[in-house]
Ligand binder design. Structure first.
Ligand code: PMP
Length: 420
């Protein structure tokens, strides 16, 4: 059987940039179970990558597995309404405060693309305001964020704006996160050209300051601007009802992905019925066309998502997630504190990372003076000690056991020592 190195060599030939660029050297995962994954050489890791977020119950959860197997036997995809897709839409409409109706797509990127178009259809305006360092997917306007300067430790959020047409760039306005005065200034200047404001309620890792999201809600409502929460990461993670539940602010639209497909490709736009009505070309009469997408609303993905949500809804699930994450956060603060290394643990217990900086992190710019070498060493030592995480975060899963957390604490202690 091929070794890890064989797979690395084969990947380097056939996959541009050797495939997923998150790891140096690359990891090739052979198998996952619970909160652990194994590579082709049998090296075992505690998994804080969890498929970049979707596998909130860990890998191969028996109830999800059974539901998926049952659906697979009944058909993979129909390009027609199916019972499970309708059930999932109903569940999302109950969970998300903003959701009257739900449109399924296959990726978070598509959901954000459609949310922005929907805002344009609804307002007849073109511009979208987004936040520096925010990530809304693979399309040009969603990527557009900031010149790729010296961003540290959030590498995927530093897209290059080269190749994005001028007209698209001009349609995007960019504000620093957590800066209400800057936002108000932009809205005063451009308010009547702005169709929508798109924001991650917790931006990458950075929590909103008290009142920031409420300010966005108030200022957009005043000006007839559509407020979009990108909850692709935060939905069903920060709380069952996402960032809108956790922070008590209801947007007009939200986008969802990751968890709602239980690891299969499924994403959604959800929101007020009056805005979602623009998906109905016959009724809307606004000249916009929104296509469905061949694999959208896939029944296998729908049952995986539904079962995942059923487990997350059980008593104690979010308490367990938060307690596990808090233990890891505490271990980082404790060990780096004892080693007298300047750092901030940024985020929420379900999603966080360490930034090697001496200053408080309120927005993207505050992360750019973080020590990149320290971050690299920290991640590399964790990996050597059997912890797999993306460069930019720890994703917490419900599958983490006492043994997983103990291994993580030991690895963090070793990583702190390596930094002295
Ligand atoms: N929005 C946010 C906040 C994301 O983090 C991501 C991907 N990580 C996306 C949108 C895009 O989702 P996808 O990768 O499914 O296209």
């Amino acid at each position: 059987t091929p070794s890890l190195q064989d797979w690395r060599d084969r990947a380097a030939k056939v996959l541009p940039a050797a495939g997923f660029g998150n790891f140096d050297p690359s990891v090739v995962i052979a198998r996952g179970e619970g909160a652990r994954v194994w590579d082709a050489d049998g090296n075992e890791y505690v998994d804080y990558l969890i498929g970049s977020g979707p596998m909130m119950l860990g890998h191969g959860h028996p109830e999800v597995l059974a539901a998926v197997q049952e659906q697979v036997a009944q058909g993979f995809t129909f390009f027609a309404n199916n019972a499970h897709g309708i059930e999932l839409a109903e569940e999302i409409a109950v969970a998300m405060a903003c959701a009257g109706q739900v449109r399924f797509v296959s990726t978070g990127s598509e959901a954000d693309m459609y949310a922005m178009r929907l805002a344009r259809a609804h307002t007849g305006r073109e511009k979208i305001l987004k936040f520096e360092g925010g990530y809304h997917g693979m399309s040009g306007e969603a990527l557009m964020s900031l010149a790729p300067s010296k961003r540290v430790n959030f590498p995927q959020a530093v897209p290059d704006s080269a190749g994005i047409p001028e007209a698209v760039r001009e349609a995007m306005l960019i504000a620093p996160f957590n800066d209400p005065d800057f936002v108000r200034g932009l809205l005063d200047e451009h308010g009547d050209e702005i169709a929508g404001v798109i924001v991650e309620p917790l931006q990458r890792l950075i929590p909103p300051e008290p009142g920031f999201l409420a300010m966005l809600r108030e200022e957009t409502a005043k000006r007839g601007i559509v407020l979009i929460f990108d909850e692709v990461v935060t939905g069903f993670r920060l709380a069952y009802g996402g960032g809108q539940e956790k922070y008590g602010v209801t947007p007009d639209l939200c986008t969802l992905g990751k968890v709602i497909g239980g690891g299969f490709p499924l994403a959604a736009i959800a929101g007020r019925e009056e805005i979602m009505a623009h998906f109905d070309k016959a009724k809307a009469g606004d000249g916009f066309t929104f296509q469905i997408g061949t694999l959208s609303g896939n029944p296998v993905a729908s049952v995986a998502g539904l079962k995942t949500m059923e487990v997350l809804k059980r008593p104690g699930a979010y308490e367990t997630l938060r307690a596990s994450g808090q233990r890891v956060m505490d271990a980082i603060s404790r060990e780096l504190g004892a080693a007298a290394i300047a750092h901030r643990v940024v985020g929420d217990p379900v999603l966080f990372d360490v930034v090697f900086t001496g200053r408080d992190v309120k927005n993207y710019r505050d992360t750019t003076d973080g020590n990149a070498e320290q971050a690299k060493t920290f991640n590399a030592v964790l990996r050597k000690h059997g912890i797999l995480k993306p460069d930019s975060k720890f994703y917490i899963s419900l599958a983490l056991t006492e043994a997983d957390l103990e291994r993580t604490e030991a690895a963090i202690a070793a990583a702190a020592k390596a930094l002295v």
